[in-house]
Every structure is written in structure tokens, then in C-alpha cells.
Ligand binder design. Structure first.
Ligand code: ADP
Length: 888
């Protein structure tokens, strides 16, 4: 028998194609064998061993009544769990698979983040077009797009990173695309699920979409077959899991990636938009987030990672933020109200799938009640009068909202935890229910007056009537009075100082109470379900209200931050400029006394356009070489430029006194890649891949931030690459660019290349002390102060002194006397024309002789030694080692 059960379990498990199967056996869902062991470990459950029919197997169970938290926990750990329910009919017990709970289709999540299920389809296996679909069943969001052209795979990955899905359905071709899958695995912590390949066939996919969205499929601009396949596969998969999530997906939105500022995965990370690179400190989101609702937080996150390119929509957002920033009183009032708003998008999904409980509906009711209150405050503010904030709520279907509220008025204010207990529904909603409640209460009241009656009729003292789980209702009489009980009393229990009795009439009334209780509970549950269904019928409206409140929340949040930090409304233009007065870094300014600085990038004459004499347009300044000492603030300055641009294209105010931002199509950054090291990839390789991507993808409408290029390789290579990349970007790409470099040789490019200018972060040196001024000034820096930093870091004096000596000589004639001291013989010179070091004549006028390999290697190592990074003791021993090699 037992092995029969295990056999049944294994067969169902195989059908389910899930990682784990929960099979109902009476009041428990049981896991067997390996599944039991896994579940036991993951959930810290007791695993028992059974044996039957000569077999031993493990077993672990969770109660049917309380299965949700267990399933949720397993799914959140990345498992797909199938559920098989038991059905008893005519004495026969059968079991069948009823649903499949997966990371991307889980409705009961408590996580406030978006929970995207994605599909990615490669068109015909050619790798030049990808279709993508993203669906969040908890909110009903459904978006789809296609990307193509050069680096289509990179663009597809960018979208995948941006949505950060928890579960991905790779299409048939993608399954063998090791490049895409490999890169995906590195950055996205998603479960990959191999769904039926037929579901990805364009014909079937289109059919699935039509079933779900009707004719809307034809009007949303879904032209790509790959996008259709991805979207259709998602719908098919959600339907197949049977968790009832499908009905919440009401809107299909096709978007073009070009609607948004392209932010590749590296840039999203480098700019620390939603998380910091080290896990320490605060991300941009964490810094600017003052939202009061989880839906608002989700939306703000989305806005920050998907900046826009449409000036119209950006102006709308700006106007809303401006109006709210202007009226602190009303804004605070709105924020206070919003703090009580519940996640309506998620209630809508749960209502549709039948998993919303009374508490969720009650909170939806309370949230809907906020809408007129919010509207009243907005209408009461003259400053908001003509702003888009007023339109937000005015555009909502207020009659529809009133109708849902009226319906939900039937819900009791303080509903019980479980749905079968009674007390869920107010009187007046359902006549039959009212009648049942009345009869039930009358029957209960009979018991409440029974004690008095018995005392009166039988002259008893010390009589109480009570009820407990095992005995039901009873009459309890004190021992002293027990002699006088009437004959029809039946003794059911003897206690220390009292006796318990029942009698026929009491039994009959008890049966009535129980029957009415059950009927009332059933009827209430029925009424509740009708209520929930009527809410589900209006899921779309609820989702809309939810989204509107989220938007209002985000506007208030952006306005709050702008007011708090003294941000300004940037002027948006299509010209290729970035003109910032007294700009600050949005995150750093909240941590330190920030020194504001100006920035001007102006690509008036972009690449390919006509230029004045010498290839220069007078005001053409689109490429800034940023120099300055280590730690002076170069990275901060450049990131600040990128973040101000990004915030402007979110519709936010920006940290500056004044800013004009020309809209960009993309922001690219490449900065020191810390964590790739940990992943075992060569930093230099990564650096070059990133550079390659930028050089391929950036356009004259892009903003490019390069923080050191070529550091990860030998000096000659490094300078050469940085040099060539600068030329290429300046001549052929024409992007607005900030490039911080420690290769001072590059600064002379400003004289040679169109649009290239030098700025430096200033430092002051007095009596051997260096002070960072944090201000950015025109022109190149004259020195890097690296030796000072080495000194500050405690590098031994002899090394620092010698380094100063070497540096001075280099400065004088760019010639390095490797023997040191006086009368040296061999020198190496960096030749700016060729970009290479070469040996030269000895300083005492001897014959030209090339450097021997040993000297050259020592020189190169010396040059590449970063005194900031090498511990002093190690430095000393290196110097000794070099001396030894030179002596040989
Ligand atoms: P670099 O890139 O030149 O090595 P960073 O940009 O990393 O220097 O800046 C070094 C430190 O200086 C940062 O920790 C930052 O907090 C601080 N800093 C940078 N710019 C400013 C500024 N404008 N005002 C105040 N502090 C700044």
C-alpha cells in the first residue's frame, strides 16, 4: 500500500515536471523521498522515515490549511512546486495536479519589489533579433519589446537586467545560446524554466495573446514575431501553472527600447542606481526615495532605471514635481494620506485569483476612500491648480471607484482572521444572511437566559450555562445544590465542586445553534466570495487607481527631495549640451560638505558637421579630459554629470543651481571593475569589452563617462589605447564625453582634436602638504600628487625621496635616469609622437644605445607600480629586487 502511495507520488511528480511535489493526503500535503529531504532542509521540517513493502522512504508534511507560507518559502528559494489535491468521491480517493507554483507566478509574495516573469526569444536563431516579454502577475504589468541590430544580444541583456526577472523562459534557440545564457547567469539571479517549445511558435503564441487580450493585440504595435512568441509563451505558461493569475493581466504594452535612455548593465551598476557596487553606502534610489507606499517605491525604482527620451512626458513630470515642491503644506498632507494607501495593484491580482482575504479587501476599501480626500487637498491648493497633479486623480473613473467602495461597504470593519468564522459581512448586504444571523442570535440567546429560567423553575441556586469544545452546551450546578436537580437532567460530568448536566431540550437547541452557525458561516463565505468576485471584475480600475496613487507618491517623493536638498528644475533641450552651474553629486552631497562645481559640455558642432579652421568650432567642447590627483574628486565629478543627466530624464529636479540638459539617447560608463576580479575574469579583458561596447554603441547623442582606460595593462599599451580611444570618440563618435585619466600625456590632445578640452580638479600644495580643493578648473593639472599620497600612506622615506627625484627628472625633460644620482648613463624617454618609451643617448653625450631587456623590464615594473596599492614593506623589497637586477 505504502509503496503504492510512493509510486503514485513519483508518477505525479514526473507529470508535473516540477522540482518538488506536494501531494495531499487528508489534512496534510506530503513530500516523499528526496523531495522530503530537500523540503526538510529548506524549511527546517521534521522528516520521518517510514517503511512498507520492504521499502524505506522519507516523508515530510505540511498542513493543508496553512500551506501558503511553506509554498511561498520554497518558491522564493527558487523551486518550482507542483501541488496535487485529493478528491474523495463515492468512497474513491483520487489525486490530480492542480497547480504549479513558481518564482515568476507566485501571487502570495510579501516582497515589495516587482516580481517579473520574463521570456526571451531569438528570432530564427540568427542572433540579430530578440523578442522579450515581462510580466508581473502580482500587479498585472505586462510589457513586451523586440531588439535588433548590432549587439542585439547586448540590448536584450540590458532589458533583462533592467527588469531583473525572478524567472525566465528561454525560447528554443536561446537555450543553446551560451553567450547570452552565460552573461545572464552572471548578473541575474533568475530561475531558468524550460517551457514547452510549442508555446513559443508564433502562430500559437499569437493565439494565446488574442485569447488573453482580444483585439488589443493588433493595436499595441506588436510587429515582431519574436516579441509575439515571447509574450505568447508567458501567457501560456501562466495559464498552465493554474494559479489563477492570468486574469489579472489586463494590459499588454509594447514598448520600443528607444523610448528609454539606454543604460547597459555595467552603467546601471556603476552609477549605483538601485544598489551600490560594494553593498555599502546608499544607492541613488535609497537616497532620493521618500515614497510612502510599496507601489510608489516600485515605480520610482522603475523610473530611475528607465529614464525617458520624450520631452513632453518629462515636462509633465517636471511640472508635477515643481508644483508639489512649491506647496510644502499640501505635499505633506498628501504624503500623510498616502502613507495609509495599500497596494491596490496587488489586491487586484489576488482578488482575481481568489486569494484575497477579508483584510486585503478591507484595506482596498480604505485606500479607495483616500482618493476623494487626496482630490480635495489637491483641489484646495492654488499652486497645484494647473499642474498635472490635478489631472492625475481627475482622470480616474470616480463613479467606478464609488461603486467598488459601496460594494465593499458590506465588509465588516473588523473581520475575523479566517473566512469561515462568521462576522465577515455587515447586515443589510444579503437578506438570507440577515435572516440566518437573526435566527442564530436568537438561538444563542436562549442559552444566555437558560440559567435564570432553570433557577426560577426548579428553585436551584449556583447554576451557570456554558459551552466548551468537548462537551458542547451544558448546565453546571454547584455540588451543594446538585441534590435538587430535576429528573430530566442527565449528568455528563462530575467536577470537584460541581456537576454538569444536559437534557433533551438543551440538546435540541444545541443542534439548532450548530446548524445555524454552519449555515451562517457558509452563507457569509458565499457573500464574501461574491464580493471578491465583483472586485475582481473591476480589477482593471483597481490597478489604475493603484498606479495613479503610486505616481502621485513618486511625484511627492521627488518634490520632497528637491525641496530638502535645494535642487533645481533643469531645462531640457535637444541641443547637445550639458551646462551645469554649481552642480553636486546627488548621493555624496548628503554625506559630506560638498564643494559644488560647474560643468560645460557643448557639442555645438558634432562629429561629421562642418567645422571651422583647424577642425574646431569656437564653442565646441564636447569631450573633457579630467585630470587631478588621486582622490581629488574626478570620479565624483563625472558620475555627478551622468546622474544629473539621468535625473533630468527621469523628470526629477537636479542637484545644481542651474542646469541645461540636452537629452541623451544613452549613458555609458566604464569605471574600475572591482568585482569582476572576484568573478575570476581578467579585469583588463572586462575593461576592453566595456570599452569596445561603448565605442560600438555610443552616438553623438550619448553621454560617455570613462574613468581611466588602459590601467589594467602595461603602460605603453595603456597610453596607446587611451590615446586611440580618445581620438576615435572625438573624431568619429562625437558623444559628450568625460574621461578621467592619469596619463598626463593625453592632455595635449586638447590642442589637436576637435571638441576636446582639459579640466582638472584642483589641489593646493604648500610646504609639502597637499590640500584637495574639490573645485574643477579649466586646463590640465600639472601634477598628480601621487608621490604625496604615497608619503601620506606611510611609504618609507627613502622610497618617497627617490620617487620625488625621479619625478622631477621626468618633469624636466621627460627623461628618466635609471641609474639615479649623478652621471647616469641610460635613459628612457616617453615619446609623445609614437606613444612609446625608448632608450636615448646617455646624458654625458655617449653613443646612442638601446636599453637592454632587463633594464626595460625593471623600468616597466617601476612605472606600473601603484604606490597607493602596494604595502610599504613590499615596496621596499621590490626596490631591492630592481636594484639587484640592474646590478647584474
Ligand atoms: P578620484 O576619482 O579623483 O580618485 P573621488 O571622486 O573618488 O576621487 O573622490 C574622492 C573623495 O572625495 C570621495 O570620497 C568624495 O566623498 C570626496 N569628494 C569628491 N568630490 C567632492 C566634492 N566636490 N566636495 C566634497 N567632497 C568631494
Amino acid at each position: 500500500m505504502a509503496s503504492g502511495i510512493v509510486g503514485e507520488y513519483l508518477a505525479l511528480k514526473e507529470d508535473s515536471e516540477a522540482d518538488l511535489l506536494a501531494m495531499q493526503m487528508g489534512d496534510f500535503y506530503e513530500f516523499f523521498g528526496e523531495d522530503a529531504v530537500t523540503v526538510g532542509e529548506e524549511l527546517d521540517l521534521k522528516v520521518s522515515e517510514r517503511s512498507a513493502g520492504g521499502e524505506t522512504y522519507e516523508m515530510a508534511g505540511v498542513p493543508v490549511d496553512d500551506v501558503t507560507p511553506y509554498l511561498t518559502a520554497l518558491v522564493e528559494r527558487g523551486y518550482r512546486v507542483a501541488v496535487a489535491d485529493q478528491r474523495d468521491e463515492d468512497g474513491d480517493t483520487t489525486r490530480e495536479l492542480t497547480r504549479l507554483v513558481t518564482p515568476g507566478t507566485l501571487l502570495e509574495t510579501d516582497d515589495e519589489d516587482a516580481q517579473y516573469l520574463a521570456a526571451v526569444v531569438e528570432s530564427g536563431g540568427r542572433g540579430d533579433e530578440y523578442g522579450l516579454a515581462f510580466c508581473d502577475v502580482t500587479t498585472g504589468a505586462f510589457r513586451t519589446t523586440a531588439v535588433s541590430g548590432t549587439d542585439a544580444v547586448g540590448r536584450a541583456l540590458t532589458e533583462l537586467y533592467r527588469f531583473a526577472p525572478v524567472e525566465i523562459l528561454p525560447g528554443p534557440e536561446v537555450r543553446t545560446d551560451d553567450d547570452l545564457l552565460g552573461r545572464l547567469r552572471e548578473r541575474v539571479d533568475a530561475r531558468l524554466t524550460l517551457h514547452d517549445t510549442e508555446a513559443f511558435a508564433p502562430g500559437r503564441a499569437r493565439h494565446a495573446l488574442r485569447e488573453q487580450f482580444g483585439d488589443a493585440v493588433d493595436t499595441v504595435g506588436l510587429e515582431s514575431d519574436a516579441a509575439v512568441a515571447a509574450a505568447g509563451a508567458v501567457v501560456d505558461y501562466v495559464a498552465e501553472t493554474g494559479v489563477g493569475a492570468l486574469a489579472s493581466i489586463t494590459r499588454l504594452q509594447a514598448y520600443a527600447p528607444d523610448d528609454h535612455v539606454a543604460l547597459d548593465a555595467t552603467t546601471q551598476r556603476n552609477l549605483e542606481l538601485t544598489e551600490t557596487m560594494t553593498g555599502q553606502g546608499r544607492s541613488l534610489f535609497e537616497t532620493v526615495d521618500h515614497t510612502g507606499t510599496s507601489a510608489g517605491g516600485r515605480l520610482l525604482r522603475e523610473w530611475l532605471t528607465r529614464p525617458l527620451r520624450q520631452r513632453g512626458e518629462l515636462r509633465r513630470r517636471q511640472s508635477a514635481v515643481a508644483a508639489l515642491a512649491d506647496d510644502a503644506l499640501v505635499r505633506e498632507g498628501l504624503r500623510e494620506l498616502l502613507a495609509d494607501a495599500y497596494d491596490l495593484e496587488r489586491v487586484a491580482s489576488r482578488a482575481v485569483s481568489g486569494s484575497a482575504d477579508a483584510d486585503a479587501l478591507l484595506r482596498a476599501r480604505e485606500t479607495l476612500a483616500l482618493v476623494p480626500e487626496l482630490a480635495e487637498r489637491i483641489d484646495g491648493s492654488p499652486r497645484l491648480a494647473d499642474s498635472p497633479v490635478t489631472d492625475l486623480l481627475a482622470d480616474l473613473d470616480s463613479e467606478g471607484i464609488a461603486a467598488i467602495r459601496e460594494e465593499l461597504a458590506a465588509l465588516a470593519d473588523d473581520p475575523p482572521k479566517t473566512l469561515h468564522e462568521g462576522g465577515l459581512i455587515e447586515r443589510g448586504y444579503d437578506d438570507e444572511l440577515d435572516d440566518l444571523v437573526e435566527r442564530h442570535e436568537a438561538a444563542v440567546e436562549w442559552f444566555e437566559t437558560l440559567a435564570e429560567r432553570e433557577k426560577r423553575e426548579h428553585g436551584l441556586s449556583h447554576v451557570t450555562v456554558d459551552r466548551n469544545k468537548t462537551d458542547g452546551y451544558y448546565v453546571q450546578v454547584g455540588k451543594s445544590a446538585a441534590d435538587g436537580v430535576p429528573d430530566h437532567y442527565e449528568n455528563v460530568k462530575t467536577l470537584k465542586s460541581s456537576e454538569r448536566y444536559v437534557f433533551d431540550e438543551l440538546r435540541e437547541k444545541e443542534r439548532e445553534v450548530l446548524r445555524l452557525e454552519e449555515e451562517r458561516g457558509d452563507r457569509e463565505y458565499e457573500a464574501f466570495r461574491r464580493l471578491r468576485e465583483s472586485v475582481a471584475d473591476r480589477a482593471e480600475l483597481l490597478q489604475r487607481v493603484g498606479r495613479t496613487l503610486a505616481e502621485l507618491d513618486v511625484f511627492c517623493s521627488l518634490a520632497t527631495h528637491a525641496a530638502k536638498q535645494g535642487w533645481t528644475r533643469p531645462e531640457l533641450t535637444d541641443e547637445r549640451v550639458l551646462d551645469v552651474t554649481a552642480g553636486r553629486h546627488p548621493v555624496v552631497e548628503t554625506d559630506v560638505e560638498f564643494v559644488p562645481n560647474d560643468l560645460l559640455l557643448d557639442g555645438a558642432a558634432a562629429a561629421g558637421q562642418e567645422r571651422g579652421a583647424g577642425g574646431h568650432a569656437a564653442d565646441d567642447r564636447r569631450f573633457l579630459l579630467v585630470t587631478g590627483p588621486n582622490m581629488s574628486g574626478k570620479s565624483t565629478y563625472m558620475r555627478q554629470a551622468a546622474l544629473i543627466t539621468l535625473l533630468a530624464q527621469v523628470g526629477s529636479f537636479v542637484p545644481a543651481d542651474d542646469a541645461t540638459v540636452g537629452l541623451v539617447d544613452a549613458i555609458y560608463t566604464r569605471v574600475g571593475a572591482l568585482d569582476e576580479l572576484a568573478q575570476g575574469r581578467s579585469t583588463f579583458m572586462v575593461e576592453m569589452q566595456e570599452l569596445s561596447n561603448i565605442l560600438h554603441s555610443a552616438t553623438e547623442d550619448s553621454l560617455v563617462v570613462l574613468d581611466e582606460v588602459g590601467r589594467g595593462t602595461a603602460t605603453y599599451d595603456g597610453i596607446s589605447i587611451a590615446w586611440a580611444a580618445t581620438e576615435y570618440v572625438a573624431n568619429s563618435v562625437g558623444a559628450r564625453t568625460l574621461f578621467a585619466t592619469h596619463y598626463h600625456e593625453l592632455t595635449q590632445l586638447a590642442d589637436e582634436l576637435p571638441g576636446v578640452a582639459n579640466v582638472h580638479v584642483a589641489a593646493e600644495e604648500r610646504d609639502g602638504e597637499v590640500t584637495f580643493l574639490r573645485t574643477v578648473e579649466e586646463g590640465p593639472t600639472d601634477r598628480s600628487y601621487g608621490v604625496h599620497v604615497a608619503d601620506l600612506a606611510g611609504v618609507p622615506d627613502p622610497v618617497v625621496d627617490r620617487a620625488r627625484d625621479v619625478l622631477d627628472r621626468l618633469r624636466e625633460d621627460k627623461a628618466l635616469d635609471v641609474r639615479g644620482g649623478s652621471g647616469g648613463t641610460k635613459q628612457a624617454v616617453f615619446d609623445l609622437g609614437s606613444g612609446q618609451f625608448r632608450g636615448t643617448a646617455s646624458s654625458d653625450g655617449g653613443e646612442k644605445e638601446p636599453l637592454d631587456p632587463a633594464t626595460e623590464s625593471v623600468l616597466e615594473e617601476l612605472h606600473d607600480t601603484d604606490v597607493n596599492e602596494v604595502p610599504p614593506v613590499e615596496l621596499l623589497s621590490r626596490v631591492q629586487e630592481w636594484q639587484r637586477r640592474l646590478d647584474e
